[in-house]
Design a protein around this ligand. Structure first.
Ligand SMILES: [Zn+2]
Length: 390
């Protein structure tokens, strides 16, 4: 079960990185998928910020009716087919939900981002206060695999000492970093989020480099080396750019040997947790040996390295792609539990988290047709909007 999930995630990532079913134009340099959103800054717990950066300053908009909300980012990550189905009698009007219930950040994978349709959708979103970002695994675009034949040294060394181009790269390779820098600039130019939050995730489930120079760096350290390069490129395009460090799967634990550059923010995604129990039930064990205690410890450790003000959680409470085993032809109901959700919000707020987004992939017309309207979308939005820290 666990392995199946991981494999499915990896397959999905592969499909995404190749090009399409995740909706990105294939292979044409402007290919990318997703970005997301986030941030601002909070007023509390500055003391642990180590003064390392003042990223993510949040500007309070006096017109913002949600200015008093604890959670500044109230987001979703969904597919284009989930949010845009104008001719379906089962469509879900996500923009209307945003307008009425205070969601403010969408990361949508799959649209043709050069199309007028997409531009119009973003314009409609802007009218109801929605910011757009792109959350996706980007490494195969940052370090194109076709460079392997001429520059194997750009790519990771496996545990047998062989360079392979299956995932990620060698962060100790200057040439690899140069490629990542140039491509980050190119891709960042093509896909600017409207909230300055960029997401150039490394390969999903991809292994890391074990070359002599990299072997003492953890997966999180190696990710951060790439991210420290990417943010440099993005800053040239957008001085307010922030870049996510995705703490997920093999990068869940905090980096130890590499420090984040300014304006790298933590994005914490507890993919292996159990959603039938709140995180506060620390003894609960999810997949791959991840107990809730282990996740919360990892979150705490990460928050010693990354600023709390901009830290974001990427959750799966409503991720029907996960709950359906990534099989859209056999959708399962989302096992939504509002008590778990609200308790989790308390837990995250306790750590100072003020930015939350959640997958709701596959929660579209097909879902409505099979199970009726997903009231949990409203409970989710209202829960984030109405939460007040005790
Ligand atoms: Zn290496």
């Amino acid at each position: 079960m666990i392995i199946k999930r991981i494999l499915t995630v990896m397959s999905l990532a592969l499909v995404c990185s190749i090009g399409n079913s995740c909706g990105e134009p294939a292979g044409n340099g402007s290919a990318i998928s997703g970005w997301e959103k986030m941030g601002e800054k909070t007023e509390e717990e500055e003391e642990e910020n180590q003064g390392q950066n003042n990223q993510g300053q949040e500007t309070t908009d006096p017109e913002d009716p949600y200015a008093d909300c604890w959670f500044k980012t109230r987001g979703i990550v969904a597919g284009w087919g989930d949010v845009y189905a104008p001719y379906s009698s089962y469509k879900i009007d996500y923009l209307e939900i945003a307008k009425e219930h205070g969601l403010n950040t969408f990361s949508i994978y799959g649209p043709d981002r050069t199309s007028q349709l997409w531009k119009d959708y973003m314009a409609e979103g802007a009218k109801v206060g929605v910011k757009f970002e792109f959350q996706e695994h980007m490494m195969s675009f940052l370090l194109p695999r076709n460079l392997f034949s001429t520059h194997p040294e750009y790519f990771r060394m496996n545990k047998s000492g062989v360079r392979v181009e299956d995932a990620n790269g060698c962060p100790s390779s200057e040439g690899a970093l140069e490629q990542v820098y140039l491509n980050a600039k190119r891709l960042g130019e093509s896909y600017k989020p409207t909230n300055h939050r960029y997401y150039f995730w490394l390969d999903d489930g991809g292994d890391i480099c074990y070359c002599p120079k990299c072997k003492d760096y953890s997966a999180s350290d190696q990710a951060l080396i790439f991210e420290n390069t990417i943010i440099k490129a993005l800053k040239e395009l957008d001085p307010d750019a922030l870049l996510a460090h995705l703490a997920y799967n093999n990068t869940t634990n905090a980096p130890k040997n590499v420090k984040p550059a300014d304006d790298i923010f933590l994005e914490f995604a507890p993919f292996h947790r159990d959603w039938s129990h709140p995180l506060s039930e620390t003894w609960t064990e999810g997949n791959s040996g991840w107990t809730h205690a282990k996740y919360l410890k990892a979150l705490q450790e990460n928050l010693k390295v990354f600023p709390k003000e901009t830290a974001q959680v990427l959750e799966y409470w409503m991720d029907d792609s996960l709950f359906s085993g990534w099989d859209q032809s056999n959708l399962k109901p989302v096992p939504w539990n509002s008590k778990v959700f609200l308790d989790d919000l308390k837990t995250y707020a306790k750590y100072g988290i003020r930015h939350i987004t959640c997958y709701c992939a596959y929660v579209g017309p097909g879902y409505v047709q099979k199970f009726g309207f997903p009231d949990f979308l409203i409970e989710y939005a209202d829960g984030l909007r109405d939460f007040r820290k005790e």
